[in-house]
Write a protein that binds this ligand. Sequence first.
Ligand SMILES: Cc1cc2nc3c(=O)[nH]c(=O)nc-3n(C[C@H](O)[C@H](O)[C@H](O)COP(=O)(O)OP(=O)(O)OC[C@H]3O[C@@H](n4cnc5c(N)ncnc54)[C@H](O)[C@@H]3O)c2cc1C
Length: 411
Amino acid sequence: MDYAINEMEQEVLNATREFAQKKLKPLRAEMDAKEQFSNEILEEYRKSGLMGLWLPEEYGGLGGGITCLAMAFEELSRVCAGLALTPGTTALGAIPMFLAATKEQRDRWCPDIASGKKLWAFALTEPEAGSDATALKTTAIKDGDYYVVNGTKHFISTGKEADFYTVAVNVNPARGARGISLLVIEKGTPGFSFGKKEEKMGIRTNPTYELIFENVRVPKENLLGSEGRGLLYVQETLDYSRPGVAAQAVGIAQGALDETIPYLRTRKQFGQPIITFQALGHKVAELAAKVEAGRALVYSLTHRMDEEFLPAVKNALANGTTVHDELKKLKGARWTKYSAEAKLFCSNVAMEVADECVTLCGGIAYMRDFPLEKYMRDAKITQIYEGTVHIQKNEIITALIKEYAAKGDEE
Ligand SMILES: Cc1cc2nc3c(=O)[nH]c(=O)nc-3n(C[C@H](O)[C@H](O)[C@H](O)COP(=O)(O)OP(=O)(O)OC[C@H]3O[C@@H](n4cnc5c(N)ncnc54)[C@H](O)[C@@H]3O)c2cc1C
């Protein structure tokens, strides 16, 4: 079922579905095998207008919000989860900026994001700070009108290809987590270089790099929001971006089914199409039901989010304020639990579906010239990035304990 509820969403759904089939499908196997970023696809993204779906029209975007972003990510990932990351990681890098940025910062950066001229990435993880972001060691010490940044980030998606990096740094290590802040650092700034390129299991066409900062001087105008509030912006970003990973997981699962069902219909053993063996047909039915449940969960959440996100964006543009402050004024819901539930459920569904589809199709699915093994390799990352399955469970149980404690206090 499609969950587009307005004309714009339906158009985005149709356009990305067609784009993925026409542009991504012919190149996905080759780019995955070469482990190469595709500039050809980047050009296609630029021409298509897909890079700025979620940004307001004032900046050259479509004004589609979180739902349109998730829908596009689902449809692109349904065909190739790696090539889908070009707009996906730019959104992840740009969302914290968009939430916390002043009008001047938005005006400076958003038009080039919407047009696809500049790619963004998000750099939180470090060798010693994965699930525990508070342990990050990258420092940014104030020196006049600059911050001087030193440290190393690793596992950064779209590394080297992105032009701007939203980097989590500590401006006051003595204050621990309360010193964590976000800086936008441009590729090419002296002292900023790239280290190891990772060789990966899946999403191979999207480069994953180490970032090295050695006395990098970043103008203070590139600080997002206030010093010391970095973790708050990171959490707010993940609340909005985790449904995107959930949508990606739904896309991967659906794509695996898209490859599996036609094969099961045509492959014959014991004189009959193997889909007519009830054991196989019932398994497909179970998997399809789980994919649908995941999709319903994602879009019921993003539609509720957009009821706040879109008015907050409109108000920020009208008032010259930050989106973060306008969201606060609307006293909206905290999405952390629901985002974590969507990501947890959908990423587990993606892994289960991809794995079962390989089993259902048999030996052919283990071979590289059949696309299913790629879906299985790609599905795994949705259980890891933007917080592992365990971290999503921690978020959910923390929220539940608070909810029930509050109920207990009321009684
Ligand atoms: C391909 C790829 C792309 C990535 N892209 C980016 C990116 O663009 N930007 C970025 O900043 N990061 C990125 N990451 C990093 C990713 O977000 C981290 O890998 C992830 O958050 C887990 O951190 P870790 O790998 O250090 O694992 P660790 O934190 O070391 O975790 C190891 C294990 O311990 C478990 N664990 C840890 N703490 C707890 C706890 N409190 N309770 C229960 N279990 C726990 C974990 O769930 C996991 O099973 C990427 C990672 C990969 C693999």
